[in-house]
Design a binder for this molecule. Structure first.
Ligand SMILES: Cc1cc2nc3c(=O)[nH]c(=O)nc-3n(C[C@H](O)[C@H](O)[C@H](O)COP(=O)(O)O)c2cc1C
Length: 351
Protein backbone atom coordinates (compact mmCIF):
# COMPACT_ATOMS: atom_id res chain seq x y z
CA UNK A 1 0.00 0.00 0.00
CA UNK A 2 1.06 3.60 -0.39
CA UNK A 3 3.17 5.01 2.42
CA UNK A 4 4.21 8.43 1.20
CA UNK A 5 1.52 10.52 2.93
CA UNK A 6 1.43 11.58 6.59
CA UNK A 7 -1.20 13.49 8.60
CA UNK A 8 -4.97 13.83 8.88
CA UNK A 9 -5.68 17.57 8.66
CA UNK A 10 -2.25 19.01 7.82
CA UNK A 11 -1.11 16.38 5.34
CA UNK A 12 2.17 15.94 3.51
CA UNK A 13 2.94 13.70 0.54
CA UNK A 14 6.58 13.48 -0.44
CA UNK A 15 7.72 12.35 -3.88
CA UNK A 16 10.90 11.70 -5.82
CA UNK A 17 14.05 9.60 -5.85
CA UNK A 18 17.67 10.50 -5.25
CA UNK A 19 18.70 10.49 -8.92
CA UNK A 20 15.34 11.24 -10.51
CA UNK A 21 14.47 14.65 -11.94
CA UNK A 22 13.30 16.17 -8.67
CA UNK A 23 12.17 15.60 -5.10
CA UNK A 24 9.50 17.50 -3.21
CA UNK A 25 6.23 17.57 -1.33
CA UNK A 26 2.56 18.47 -1.57
CA UNK A 27 1.24 19.99 1.67
CA UNK A 28 -2.50 20.28 2.22
CA UNK A 29 -4.43 21.80 5.12
CA UNK A 30 -2.25 24.91 5.34
CA UNK A 31 -3.92 27.83 7.11
CA UNK A 32 -4.78 30.54 4.54
CA UNK A 33 -3.43 34.08 4.72
CA UNK A 34 0.00 33.21 6.15
CA UNK A 35 2.97 35.02 4.64
CA UNK A 36 5.16 32.39 2.96
CA UNK A 37 8.09 32.73 0.59
CA UNK A 38 10.85 30.50 -0.69
CA UNK A 39 13.28 32.11 1.79
CA UNK A 40 11.18 30.67 4.69
CA UNK A 41 11.76 27.17 3.32
CA UNK A 42 15.30 27.61 2.02
CA UNK A 43 16.86 28.41 5.38
CA UNK A 44 15.93 24.97 6.74
CA UNK A 45 16.87 23.22 3.50
CA UNK A 46 20.31 24.85 3.76
CA UNK A 47 20.73 23.23 7.20
CA UNK A 48 19.89 19.83 5.65
CA UNK A 49 21.77 20.12 2.36
CA UNK A 50 24.88 18.07 1.53
CA UNK A 51 28.34 19.61 1.28
CA UNK A 52 27.88 22.04 4.17
CA UNK A 53 30.97 21.06 6.20
CA UNK A 54 33.84 18.59 6.68
CA UNK A 55 31.54 16.22 8.62
CA UNK A 56 28.91 15.83 5.89
CA UNK A 57 29.04 14.28 2.43
CA UNK A 58 31.25 16.34 0.09
CA UNK A 59 28.51 16.25 -2.59
CA UNK A 60 27.71 19.89 -3.36
CA UNK A 61 24.13 20.73 -4.11
CA UNK A 62 22.22 24.00 -3.78
CA UNK A 63 18.86 22.30 -3.14
CA UNK A 64 17.03 25.44 -4.26
CA UNK A 65 13.30 25.21 -3.53
CA UNK A 66 10.53 26.35 -5.87
CA UNK A 67 7.03 26.93 -4.53
CA UNK A 68 4.77 25.82 -7.38
CA UNK A 69 1.29 26.38 -5.89
CA UNK A 70 -0.76 27.43 -2.89
CA UNK A 71 0.80 30.88 -2.46
CA UNK A 72 -0.59 34.06 -4.05
CA UNK A 73 0.84 37.55 -3.56
CA UNK A 74 3.15 36.20 -0.85
CA UNK A 75 0.42 34.57 1.24
CA UNK A 76 -0.90 31.03 1.51
CA UNK A 77 -4.29 30.56 -0.14
CA UNK A 78 -5.41 27.47 1.79
CA UNK A 79 -4.96 25.29 -1.30
CA UNK A 80 -2.21 22.64 -1.61
CA UNK A 81 1.33 24.02 -1.40
CA UNK A 82 3.57 22.09 -3.76
CA UNK A 83 7.31 22.52 -3.33
CA UNK A 84 9.99 21.07 -5.59
CA UNK A 85 13.78 20.81 -5.60
CA UNK A 86 15.46 19.73 -8.86
CA UNK A 87 18.25 17.16 -8.53
CA UNK A 88 21.39 18.63 -10.04
CA UNK A 89 24.62 17.03 -8.85
CA UNK A 90 23.94 13.34 -9.42
CA UNK A 91 26.72 10.95 -10.47
CA UNK A 92 24.69 7.86 -11.24
CA UNK A 93 27.79 6.11 -12.68
CA UNK A 94 29.12 5.85 -9.11
CA UNK A 95 26.38 3.29 -8.54
CA UNK A 96 26.97 1.01 -11.57
CA UNK A 97 29.06 -1.37 -9.45
CA UNK A 98 26.32 -1.96 -6.90
CA UNK A 99 23.33 -2.37 -9.19
CA UNK A 100 23.49 -6.17 -9.03
CA UNK A 101 24.25 -6.54 -5.33
CA UNK A 102 22.79 -5.64 -1.98
CA UNK A 103 24.80 -3.15 0.09
CA UNK A 104 24.82 -4.14 3.79
CA UNK A 105 22.70 -1.83 5.97
CA UNK A 106 20.94 -0.28 2.97
CA UNK A 107 17.37 -0.87 1.86
CA UNK A 108 18.66 -2.55 -1.35
CA UNK A 109 17.65 -6.08 -0.34
CA UNK A 110 14.25 -5.24 1.12
CA UNK A 111 13.22 -2.94 -1.76
CA UNK A 112 14.24 -5.65 -4.27
CA UNK A 113 12.24 -8.34 -2.46
CA UNK A 114 9.18 -6.11 -2.08
CA UNK A 115 9.01 -4.39 -5.48
CA UNK A 116 10.95 -6.86 -7.65
CA UNK A 117 12.88 -3.89 -9.08
CA UNK A 118 14.77 -0.98 -7.61
CA UNK A 119 16.23 2.35 -8.59
CA UNK A 120 19.75 1.59 -7.35
CA UNK A 121 21.08 5.08 -8.14
CA UNK A 122 21.82 6.85 -4.86
CA UNK A 123 19.41 4.51 -2.97
CA UNK A 124 16.41 5.74 -4.98
CA UNK A 125 13.43 6.43 -2.75
CA UNK A 126 15.26 5.14 0.37
CA UNK A 127 17.79 7.97 0.04
CA UNK A 128 18.20 10.69 2.65
CA UNK A 129 17.29 13.03 -0.24
CA UNK A 130 13.63 12.11 0.24
CA UNK A 131 13.76 14.15 3.46
CA UNK A 132 13.98 17.38 1.40
CA UNK A 133 10.18 17.23 1.04
CA UNK A 134 9.81 16.70 4.79
CA UNK A 135 12.06 19.64 5.65
CA UNK A 136 10.18 21.89 3.20
CA UNK A 137 6.80 20.88 4.69
CA UNK A 138 8.26 21.20 8.19
CA UNK A 139 9.30 24.79 7.48
CA UNK A 140 5.65 25.61 6.70
CA UNK A 141 4.52 23.81 9.87
CA UNK A 142 7.16 25.61 11.96
CA UNK A 143 5.90 28.95 10.67
CA UNK A 144 2.34 28.14 11.75
CA UNK A 145 3.57 26.92 15.14
CA UNK A 146 5.81 29.94 15.71
CA UNK A 147 2.73 32.15 15.39
CA UNK A 148 1.34 30.23 18.41
CA UNK A 149 4.58 30.61 20.39
CA UNK A 150 5.74 27.02 19.80
CA UNK A 151 9.46 26.53 19.22
CA UNK A 152 11.20 23.33 18.16
CA UNK A 153 14.95 22.85 18.52
CA UNK A 154 16.89 19.67 17.89
CA UNK A 155 20.59 19.17 18.58
CA UNK A 156 23.22 16.44 18.60
CA UNK A 157 23.37 14.92 22.07
CA UNK A 158 25.99 12.25 21.56
CA UNK A 159 28.39 11.09 18.88
CA UNK A 160 30.17 7.79 19.32
CA UNK A 161 29.94 8.09 23.12
CA UNK A 162 30.97 11.76 23.39
CA UNK A 163 28.04 13.32 25.25
CA UNK A 164 26.75 16.88 25.28
CA UNK A 165 26.54 17.72 28.99
CA UNK A 166 25.58 21.40 28.64
CA UNK A 167 22.49 22.75 26.90
CA UNK A 168 23.20 26.14 25.29
CA UNK A 169 20.60 26.51 22.50
CA UNK A 170 22.35 29.53 20.96
CA UNK A 171 25.42 27.36 20.30
CA UNK A 172 23.67 24.74 18.13
CA UNK A 173 24.12 26.46 14.77
CA UNK A 174 27.62 27.71 15.67
CA UNK A 175 29.31 24.31 15.32
CA UNK A 176 29.23 21.86 12.42
CA UNK A 177 27.90 18.90 14.45
CA UNK A 178 24.97 20.98 15.76
CA UNK A 179 25.47 20.23 19.43
CA UNK A 180 24.25 22.49 22.21
CA UNK A 181 27.46 21.87 24.19
CA UNK A 182 30.34 23.96 22.77
CA UNK A 183 32.85 22.02 24.89
CA UNK A 184 31.81 18.66 23.43
CA UNK A 185 31.76 19.89 19.80
CA UNK A 186 35.55 19.62 19.08
CA UNK A 187 35.69 16.04 20.42
CA UNK A 188 32.63 15.04 18.40
CA UNK A 189 34.12 16.57 15.24
CA UNK A 190 37.43 14.82 15.93
CA UNK A 191 35.69 11.45 16.23
CA UNK A 192 33.95 11.93 12.88
CA UNK A 193 37.21 12.96 11.18
CA UNK A 194 38.90 9.88 12.63
CA UNK A 195 36.18 7.61 11.26
CA UNK A 196 36.60 9.20 7.80
CA UNK A 197 40.35 8.46 7.98
CA UNK A 198 39.69 4.76 8.58
CA UNK A 199 36.94 4.66 5.92
CA UNK A 200 34.26 3.97 8.50
CA UNK A 201 31.23 5.82 9.93
CA UNK A 202 29.85 6.63 13.37
CA UNK A 203 26.44 6.82 15.07
CA UNK A 204 24.94 9.14 17.64
CA UNK A 205 21.93 10.54 19.45
CA UNK A 206 19.84 13.58 18.48
CA UNK A 207 17.64 15.29 21.05
CA UNK A 208 14.54 17.35 20.30
CA UNK A 209 13.04 19.94 22.68
CA UNK A 210 9.71 21.61 22.01
CA UNK A 211 8.57 24.57 24.09
CA UNK A 212 5.27 26.46 24.19
CA UNK A 213 2.95 23.50 23.50
CA UNK A 214 -0.22 24.00 25.55
CA UNK A 215 -1.63 21.09 27.56
CA UNK A 216 -4.19 19.05 25.62
CA UNK A 217 -2.52 18.15 22.31
CA UNK A 218 -2.67 14.46 21.26
CA UNK A 219 -5.50 12.10 20.25
CA UNK A 220 -5.73 8.96 22.43
CA UNK A 221 -5.68 6.14 22.00
CA UNK A 222 -3.97 5.37 18.69
CA UNK A 223 -2.87 8.89 17.76
CA UNK A 224 -1.21 9.78 21.05
CA UNK A 225 1.28 12.62 20.77
CA UNK A 226 4.23 10.42 21.77
CA UNK A 227 3.08 7.61 19.45
CA UNK A 228 2.86 10.02 16.51
CA UNK A 229 6.24 11.62 17.27
CA UNK A 230 7.75 8.14 17.49
CA UNK A 231 6.28 7.12 14.15
CA UNK A 232 7.44 10.33 12.50
CA UNK A 233 10.97 10.06 13.93
CA UNK A 234 11.34 6.37 13.08
CA UNK A 235 10.23 7.09 9.51
CA UNK A 236 13.49 9.02 8.99
CA UNK A 237 16.14 6.81 7.38
CA UNK A 238 18.84 5.69 9.82
CA UNK A 239 16.79 6.30 13.02
CA UNK A 240 16.70 3.16 15.14
CA UNK A 241 15.25 4.03 18.57
CA UNK A 242 13.44 6.75 20.50
CA UNK A 243 12.95 7.67 24.16
CA UNK A 244 10.86 10.36 25.85
CA UNK A 245 11.90 12.24 28.99
CA UNK A 246 13.78 9.88 31.32
CA UNK A 247 13.28 7.22 28.61
CA UNK A 248 15.12 3.94 29.11
CA UNK A 249 16.56 5.22 32.43
CA UNK A 250 13.00 4.79 33.80
CA UNK A 251 13.70 1.08 34.00
CA UNK A 252 16.11 1.77 36.87
CA UNK A 253 13.92 4.30 38.69
CA UNK A 254 11.24 3.93 41.38
CA UNK A 255 7.72 5.27 41.04
CA UNK A 256 8.46 7.99 43.59
CA UNK A 257 11.44 9.14 41.53
CA UNK A 258 9.81 8.90 38.13
CA UNK A 259 6.33 10.36 38.76
CA UNK A 260 6.31 14.05 37.97
CA UNK A 261 4.82 15.43 41.18
CA UNK A 262 2.85 18.66 41.03
CA UNK A 263 2.49 21.73 43.21
CA UNK A 264 0.46 24.90 42.65
CA UNK A 265 3.09 26.15 40.16
CA UNK A 266 2.98 23.00 38.00
CA UNK A 267 5.12 19.89 37.53
CA UNK A 268 8.22 19.60 39.69
CA UNK A 269 10.12 17.39 37.22
CA UNK A 270 9.80 16.23 33.62
CA UNK A 271 10.52 12.50 33.50
CA UNK A 272 7.51 12.02 31.24
CA UNK A 273 9.04 14.29 28.61
CA UNK A 274 5.99 16.59 28.55
CA UNK A 275 3.44 13.94 27.53
CA UNK A 276 1.12 11.90 29.76
CA UNK A 277 -1.57 9.57 28.42
CA UNK A 278 -0.58 10.62 24.92
CA UNK A 279 -1.54 14.26 25.63
CA UNK A 280 0.81 17.20 26.14
CA UNK A 281 0.89 18.34 29.78
CA UNK A 282 2.26 21.84 29.15
CA UNK A 283 5.83 20.89 30.10
CA UNK A 284 8.65 21.07 27.59
CA UNK A 285 8.44 18.07 25.24
CA UNK A 286 11.78 16.24 25.27
CA UNK A 287 12.77 13.15 23.32
CA UNK A 288 15.91 11.57 21.88
CA UNK A 289 16.54 9.35 18.88
CA UNK A 290 19.36 6.88 18.23
CA UNK A 291 20.95 7.35 14.81
CA UNK A 292 22.83 4.42 13.33
CA UNK A 293 26.32 4.75 11.86
CA UNK A 294 25.98 5.43 8.12
CA UNK A 295 25.84 2.19 6.15
CA UNK A 296 27.81 3.46 3.14
CA UNK A 297 31.45 3.04 4.02
CA UNK A 298 34.42 2.60 1.69
CA UNK A 299 35.67 -0.47 3.55
CA UNK A 300 34.93 -3.80 1.86
CA UNK A 301 31.89 -5.61 3.26
CA UNK A 302 30.52 -9.10 2.60
CA UNK A 303 27.17 -9.50 0.86
CA UNK A 304 25.38 -11.38 -1.91
CA UNK A 305 24.39 -10.43 -5.46
CA UNK A 306 21.02 -10.73 -7.23
CA UNK A 307 21.80 -14.42 -7.94
CA UNK A 308 22.60 -15.18 -4.31
CA UNK A 309 26.35 -15.44 -4.93
CA UNK A 310 28.67 -14.24 -2.17
CA UNK A 311 30.53 -11.08 -3.20
CA UNK A 312 32.52 -8.26 -1.62
CA UNK A 313 30.96 -4.82 -1.79
CA UNK A 314 32.92 -1.57 -1.81
CA UNK A 315 30.69 1.47 -1.64
CA UNK A 316 31.81 4.35 -3.80
CA UNK A 317 29.91 7.61 -4.03
CA UNK A 318 29.88 10.52 -1.61
CA UNK A 319 28.38 9.83 1.78
CA UNK A 320 27.83 11.25 5.25
CA UNK A 321 30.33 9.86 7.81
CA UNK A 322 27.80 10.66 10.58
CA UNK A 323 24.12 11.34 9.95
CA UNK A 324 23.39 13.35 13.12
CA UNK A 325 24.21 16.91 11.92
CA UNK A 326 21.90 16.53 8.92
CA UNK A 327 19.16 14.68 10.79
CA UNK A 328 18.78 17.62 13.23
CA UNK A 329 16.68 19.75 10.79
CA UNK A 330 14.80 16.66 9.57
CA UNK A 331 13.76 15.74 13.12
CA UNK A 332 12.61 19.31 13.78
CA UNK A 333 10.58 19.21 10.56
CA UNK A 334 8.87 15.89 11.38
CA UNK A 335 8.09 17.09 14.91
CA UNK A 336 6.55 20.29 13.55
CA UNK A 337 4.40 18.33 11.09
CA UNK A 338 3.12 16.02 13.84
CA UNK A 339 2.35 18.90 16.18
CA UNK A 340 0.52 21.14 13.73
CA UNK A 341 -1.55 18.18 12.54
CA UNK A 342 -2.55 17.23 16.10
CA UNK A 343 -3.21 20.86 17.06
CA UNK A 344 -5.52 21.18 14.06
CA UNK A 345 -7.22 17.88 15.01
CA UNK A 346 -7.69 19.19 18.55
CA UNK A 347 -9.27 22.38 17.17
CA UNK A 348 -11.69 20.25 15.12
CA UNK A 349 -12.64 18.34 18.29
CA UNK A 350 -13.42 21.57 20.13
CA UNK A 351 -15.49 23.02 17.25
C1 LIG B 1 19.63 13.35 5.67
C2 LIG B 1 20.01 11.91 5.53
C3 LIG B 1 21.17 11.54 4.83
C4 LIG B 1 21.54 10.21 4.70
N1 LIG B 1 22.71 9.92 4.03
C5 LIG B 1 23.11 8.62 3.96
C6 LIG B 1 24.34 8.27 3.34
O1 LIG B 1 25.07 9.13 2.82
N2 LIG B 1 24.68 6.96 3.32
C7 LIG B 1 23.92 5.98 3.90
O2 LIG B 1 24.30 4.80 3.90
N3 LIG B 1 22.75 6.27 4.48
C8 LIG B 1 22.33 7.56 4.54
N4 LIG B 1 21.15 7.84 5.16
C9 LIG B 1 20.39 6.76 5.82
C10 LIG B 1 19.64 5.89 4.85
O3 LIG B 1 18.65 6.65 4.22
C11 LIG B 1 19.01 4.69 5.61
O4 LIG B 1 19.93 4.11 6.47
C12 LIG B 1 18.52 3.63 4.67
O5 LIG B 1 17.45 4.12 3.89
C13 LIG B 1 18.02 2.37 5.39
O6 LIG B 1 16.97 2.69 6.27
P1 LIG B 1 17.03 2.38 7.84
O7 LIG B 1 18.44 2.69 8.25
O8 LIG B 1 16.07 3.36 8.46
O9 LIG B 1 16.65 0.98 8.04
C14 LIG B 1 20.73 9.20 5.29
C15 LIG B 1 19.56 9.55 5.97
C16 LIG B 1 19.19 10.88 6.10
C17 LIG B 1 17.94 11.24 6.85
Amino acid sequence: MSGSTYGKVFTISTFGESHGKAVGVVVDGVTPGVELGEQDIQKDLDRRRPGQSSVTTPRREADAVHIMSGVFEGKTTGTPVMMIVYNENQRSKDYDDIKDLFRPGHADYTYSVKYDNRDYRGSGRASGRETIGRVAAGAVAKKLLAAKGIKILASTKNIGGVRAEKYCPDEIEKNIVRTADPDAAPQMIDLIHKSIEVENSIGGIVECRISGVPAGVGEPVFDKLDAELAKAALSIGGVKAIEFGAGFAAAKMTGKEHSDEMDSTGFKSNNAGGIIGGISNGNEIVFRIAVKPTSSISRPQNTIDLNGREVVCETRGRHDPCLCPRIVPVLEAMSAIVLIDLIKQNAALQY
